[in-house]
Design a protein around this ligand. Structure first.
Ligand code: UD1
Length: 371
């Protein structure tokens, strides 16, 4: 069986790496790795291939950035060509495997199903019920066309059943992102990012922000940066900045909130985006994580580190009900209040959800091999 395994953007890489490894255990399965090129900066792509010891992509579509329609259309066209062509030795693709909820996930799934190639979706069933989020549309469309739905938490099963998916297509397997985290945590600890930056271990906040709803409006972004600048007086704030966010900070003229110049405040540690190991080294030794990322909500829960989620909703409710995450929206006062709870030691503790045990990809491999 030849499986096209598709990645495109940063959060895809750490999900696909353990799946590729698991599939290699089966001689009847041949994975072909396709990179759409949605993320192309070395810091958003190449460094992950190195850190995760991923093989180089067999096929690169080089689609790059663009509007949603442009990016999706380019992936559709190029994926179709690749899928029609088959492998260099003349084999057809038996299945396409997509992960997560980025534009590449949805576009690759659509290209495949239109050619009659079945789709497996890893991280299926998650719903924020917020259709203003591009990822929610990607999740709904991808699940609608997939016939193998690999789910990371029970809410995903409930959502898929409610939407009418046959139960035999739904597999609760756990979280492949946590497979990678558990496998690489010992190496990440050796990297010593906080030590290198001179940060007090266990006493700093890690911030990531990149959702359009938080960074594309000057008022929302400046409100958030204001709180972070205030917090920096008590707790060092480290902020590896996504290119989208960096562009917005520059365009809105908000750079002074980062460097503290003219405000008399302590600076925020603004960093370029970090590689997987450097970033895990940083988060695993933090006091608190402040983020709008989906993956980081899950990683914080697995690490047992408080996570203040800068969103009004989440498609990963288990990180709130069982894990260490709290939804704070983008209200600066609520963020401030929750940070005070963390600093005062009054913040809730959490547990790592069932099946987030480092073996999710092996379960996926077993099911795919049985097909
Ligand atoms: C994408 C995903 C998002 C995911 C995020 C993780 C979609 C709809 N969004 O958002 O779900 O959480 O990745 O990072 O798929 N850019 C660069 N270099 C790059 C890639 C992008 O500078 O290598 C800049 C460009 O200005 C681009 C912008 O970032 O226009 C947005 O990139 P895009 O891939 O469209 O979405 P992300 O915001 O990265």
């Amino acid at each position: 069986k030849v499986f096209a395994c598709v990645v495109g953007a940063r959060p895809n890489f750490m999900k696909m790496a353990p799946i590729l490894r698991a599939l290699r255990a089966y001689s009847q399965i041949r994975p072909v790795l396709i990179h759409t090129g949605q993320h192309y900066d070395p810091q958003l792509s190449d460094v992950f291939f190195q850190d995760l010891e991923m093989p180089r992509p067999d096929v690169h579509l080089n689609v790059g950035s663009g509007t949603h329609a442009q990016q999706t259309a380019r992936i559709l066209e190029k994926m179709e060509e690749v899928l029609l062509a088959g492998t260099p030795d003349g084999r057809k693709f038996d299945r396409v495997i997509v992960v997560g909820d980025v534009n590449s996930t949805m576009a690759a799934a659509l290209a495949a199903i239109k050619l009659g190639i079945p789709v497996a979706h890893v991280e299926a069933g998650l719903r924020s019920f917020d259709r203003s989020m591009p990822e929610e549309i990607n999740r709904i469309v991808t699940d609608a066309v997939a016939d193998m739905l690999f789910v990371s938490e029970p809410s995903g099963v409930e959502n898929l059943v409610r939407e009418g998916h046959p139960e035999e297509q739904i597999h609760l397997v756990g979280n492949v992102m946590i497979d990678t985290l558990l496998a690489l945590l010992p190496r990440a600890r050796e990297v010593g990012t906080p030590q290198r930056l001179g940060l007090p271990v266990g006493r700093y906040a890690v911030v990531t922000l990149h959702r359009p709803s938080n960074v594309d409006h000057a008022e929302t972004l400046s409100g958030l940066l204001e709180v972070l600048a205030e917090v920096a007086a008590e707790l060092p704030v480290v902020f590896p900045i996504h290119p989208r966010t960096r562009h917005r900070i520059e365009a809105f003229g908000l750079g002074h909130l980062l460097d503290g110049q003219g405000t008399g405040r302590r600076r925020i540690w603004a960093l370029p985006p970090l590689g997987y190991l450097e970033f895990l080294s940083l988060t695993s030794q933090a006091k608190v994580v402040i983020t709008d990322s989906g993956g980081l909500q899950e990683e914080s829960t697995a690490l047992g580190i408080p996570c203040l989620t800068v969103r009004p909703n989440t498609e990963r409710p288990i990180t709130v009900t069982e894990g260490t995450s709290t939804l704070v929206g983008s209200d600066p006062h609520r963020l401030r209040h929750c940070l005070e709870e963390v600093l005062a030691g009054r913040y809730k503790s959490g547990r790592c959800p069932d099946l987030w045990d480092g073996h999710a990809a092996e379960r996926i491999g077993e099911i795919l091999a049985r097909e």
